[in-house]
Design a protein around this ligand. Structure first.
Ligand code: T3D
Length: 264
């Protein structure tokens, strides 16, 4: 078994996080949950980190909850799964959504259960053409969690969401992209290169503006256009006061590349 279930390294403003239990298809255990939460806090608190890239080691992205830790033969009675949802998965999803820095997910292989929905909760999802997304919950009598029962209908509509969730049928990456569930399916041997290039471009981008853009788009689902126009006004006011906005305009007028600092 691998020693550290989560690897993380910062390179030129990009925090690369790798799920690292390849022998168990990077299935999620309690330690991984704690480490991912701590990582997301670290990324929020450190100004030098301007973009995140999440991927998996080996042939899978993540197979969801480690079911070895849910073996009924080793328990006194039914577990309180609400407790793990409340204590582990929900805080992770909330941290990912609240983090005002782009999170890119490079889905390198199968993404199942919570593993699929953690991927879909990232801001930009690239997947290897051979990757599959599986709402595996139905096979073990559970419901889609980690935001899945919200993300699926929001992204692809109720008909497709229900079919995926009720059948647990694998969805291949090209179809996921065609349906709008993810951004792009890319040839397997180009996945990490393309995701890294995208993360690097974000890490030298106008970080505050990108973060406010994320906030605005996420808010759309919960309010009508009229209220949303007010939010856009407020966020644009904030963006317009950043040094990166001044730099962007100056660079455009001088016909040169901008040098964004990513600070307020
Ligand atoms: O519990 C709570 O706190 C509530 C929260 C729940 C969130 C959830 O995520 S529930 C859903 C949990 N996940 C699943 O139900 C998926 C289970 N895995 C699979 O269905 C299949 O493994 C895959 C479709 C993902 C991949 O299939 P395949 O044929 O490519 O690989 P495999 O042979 O099934 O798996 C390879 C190894 O990984 C194998 O171990 P072994 O036999 O070589 O020692 C397998 O047991 C292990 N593995 C795969 N998924 C999990 C796992 N071990 C523990 N937990 C897993 N989720």
């Amino acid at each position: 078994m691998s020693e550290n279930p989560l690897l993380a390294v910062t390179e030129e403003g990009v925090r690369k996080i790798t799920f690292n239990r390849p022998d168990k298809l990077n299935s999620f255990n309690a330690v991984m949950g704690e480490q991912l939460s701590a990582e997301l806090d670290h990324c929020a608190q450190n100004a030098e980190i301007r973009a995140l890239l999440i991927t998996g080691a080996g042939r899978a992205f993540c197979a969801g909850q480690d079911l070895g830790d849910r073996d009924p033969a080793k328990m006194d009675g039914p577990p309180d799964l609400g407790k793990t949802i409340e204590g582990t998965y929900n805080p992770i999803v909330r941290r990912m959504r609240a983090l005002e820095k782009p999170i890119i997910c490079a889905v390198n292989g199968v993404a199942a259960g919570a593993g699929a929905n953690l991927a879909l909760g990232c801001d930009i999802v690239l997947a290897a053409e051979s990757a599959r997304f599986i709402q595996a919950f139905a096979k073990i009598g559970l419901i889609p969690d980690s935001g899945g029962s919200w993300l699926l209908p929001t992204l692809i509509g109720e008909a497709r969401a229900k079919a995926l969730a009720l059948t647990a049928a694998p969805l291949d990456a090209p179809t996921a992209a065609a349906w709008g569930l993810i951004w792009k399916a890319v040839p397997d041997d180009q996945l990490i290169e393309e995701a890294t290039r995208l993360a690097a471009s974000f890490a030298s981008g106008p970080t505050v503006g990108l973060g406010l853009t994320k906030r605005a788009i996420q808010a759309a689902a919960s309010q009508p256009l009229d209220a949303h126009l007010d939010l856009e006004r407020d966020l644009q006011r904030e963006a317009g006061r950043t040094p990166d906005y001044a730099e962007g305009v100056a660079a455009f007028l001088a016909k040169r590349a901008p040098n964004f600092k990513g600070v307020r």
